[in-house]
Design a protein. Structure first.
Ligand SMILES: Cc1ncc(COP(=O)(O)O)c(C=O)c1O
Length: 467
């Protein structure tokens, strides 16, 4: 009998590389410290008010800031701009149906427009919508319509230092309790945000999705997804949920969405596009109500606030986002930044998320009170140190969320296919330098905090001052 010695695949022994090469470059601007100080004071310490030319590495968001592929740029020239019946829409519609499996697809100019279609089609004032967590725009849109947005994150999420695999899950015990108390009359649907961006972009497991589906079915309720980062979530299911280790990503996506009645989507994330999105559903009457809102606020049914060329770029981007080499690179890159930050002794929410790493602000500037806006103070200092723009994110958990005290995070979001590992090494050094002297940081005082979407205009509002 002969024994066959397995020879390892030599490629598997090599370090991971970016699965693309660079075709066009854009200047990165490096300012002096004095210039950054001036930029900060001109912006009244509001990082949203900085000119992007004064930012060296921009980690404010991954939304619409990705690098498109050569095929996407090419499609911008061939897009068909007909008002109605454009083949660009047919390609977009086909891609969405094939990937997600929904019957009715309504194009919109970005994710929050999809939120408004969903609310117009499904909600009435006085309702409550439970979710693993609502993204800020979803919450603001629900609340502006008189709907209560209820966050029910998994209790595991609050263990910030524990690298548990699915900290983005919805707390199903809390959901049962909520539905038992509120009944179905005032609950139009349940929402799962994939990945859970407000909760440090942690993924949701297939098991959790299935359990939530079972609970919603039992109560006769629809289940919708906020699918902005669906491909990253699918990849993380495959990497972390043993039963799915051998499934292909498109298969996983089909299974995930088979449990949903519909979804909202911002193509600025896993659509790998600079604009756009859609709202989709299986229900004809619901689609008809949403279509009325689409016509009122966005545009005709076959473009919905986008151009034909945007529709084509998204059709390609959606398929690119499911490419396994791309997904491996994307998740490895975020994990790499997490590892480099940990090496600099920076406390992060563990494990790193799909598209971003989140800093545990309380561990870094615990000496600052909530009134001193610790997250914003930290984000300002990171910019001052090295021109790296980040985003302060605040969580205001409600009584149902298993925690009452507000939480401050700073998000370092990685635009897809934009920055190299050298850039990330630079970022880790900048943040490490700030964290080493964080005990000396003083807070900032908010001069104006708008009631709606204050975090977006920055907690420091149109302006803040040292405080
Ligand atoms: C999870 C989630 N939902 C909804 C949105 C809103 O999408 P848009 O910015 O395209 O309006 C975002 C944007 O960052 C998001 O991250």
């Amino acid at each position: 009998m002969t024994t066959v010695r397995r020879v390892p695949d030599p490629a598997a022994l090599l370090p991971p590389i970016e699965p693309f090469r660079v075709k066009a470059v854009e200047q990165v601007h490096v300012r002096t410290r004095a210039e950054r100080d001036l930029a900060l004071s001109r912006a009244n310490l509001n990082l949203f008010a900085l000119r992007s030319e004064d930012v060296t590495i921009d980690l404010l968001t991954d939304s619409g800031t990705c690098a498109m592929s050569a095929a996407q740029w090419g499609a911008l020239l061939t897009g068909d701009e007909a008002y109605a019946g454009s083949p660009s829409f047919e390609r977009f519609d086909k891609a969405v149906r094939e990937i997600f499996g929904f019957e009715y697809v309504l194009p919109v100019h970005q994710g929050r427009a999809a939120e408004r279609l969903m609310i117009a089609a499904l909600c009435s004032p006085g309702d409550a919508v439970p979710a693993n967590a609502h993204f800020q725009t979803t919450r603001a849109n629900l609340e502006s319509f008189g709907v209560h947005a209820v966050d029910l994150p998994s209790p595991e999420f609050w263990q910030f230092a524990e690298p548990l695999p699915f900290k983005g899950n919805l707390d199903t015990v809390a959901l049962e309790r909520f539905l038992g108390r509120n009944g179905r009359a005032k609950t139009p649907f349940v929402l799962i945000t994939l990945t859970n961006n407000p909760c440090a972009d942690q993924p949701v497991s297939m098991e959790n999705i299935r359990t939530v589906r079972a609970i919603t079915s039992e109560h006769g309720l629809p289940l919708y997804f906020d699918a902005c980062r669906f491909a990253l979530n699918a990849w993380l299911i495959r990497a972390r949920e043993p039963a799915y280790a051998r499934a292909s990503v498109p298969e996983l996506v089909r299974e995930m969405f088979s449990y949903a009645d519909g979804c909202l989507f911002s193509a600025k994330k896993d659509g790998l596009a600079h604009t756009g999105g859609f709202w989709a559903t299986r229900s004809k009457p619901v689609a008809e109500r949403a279509a009325a809102q689409l016509l009122l606020a966005e545009g005709f049914l076959t473009y919905g606030g986008m151009t034909g060329r945007d529709l084509d770029a998204i059709a390609i981007g959606l398929r690119d986002a499911l490419d396994e080499e791309y997904l491996r690179y994307r998740i490895d890159t975020t994990a790499y930044l997490g590892t480099r930050l940990i090496a600099e002794s920076v406390p992060i929410i563990a494990p790193p998320g799909g598209h971003a790493v989140y800093l545990d602000v309380a561990q870094i500037v615990g000496h600052l009170s909530p009134e001193q806006n610790p997250g914003q103070a930290l984000a300002i200092e990171i910019y001052r140190e090295g021109g790296v723009r980040t985003l302060r994110m605040g969580l205001r958990p409600g009584p149902e969320a298993g925690r009452q005290e507000p939480v401050e995070l700073v998000r370092l979001a990685l635009p897809a296919r934009v920055y190299t590992r050298n850039h990330l090494d630079y970022v880790a050094r900048v943040v490490g330098n700030v964290v080493r002297r964080a005990g000396d940081l003083s807070g900032v005082q908010s001069i104006l905090t708008p009631s709606l979407l204050g975090g977006f205009r920055s907690i420091a509002g149109e302006a803040a001052k040292p405080g």
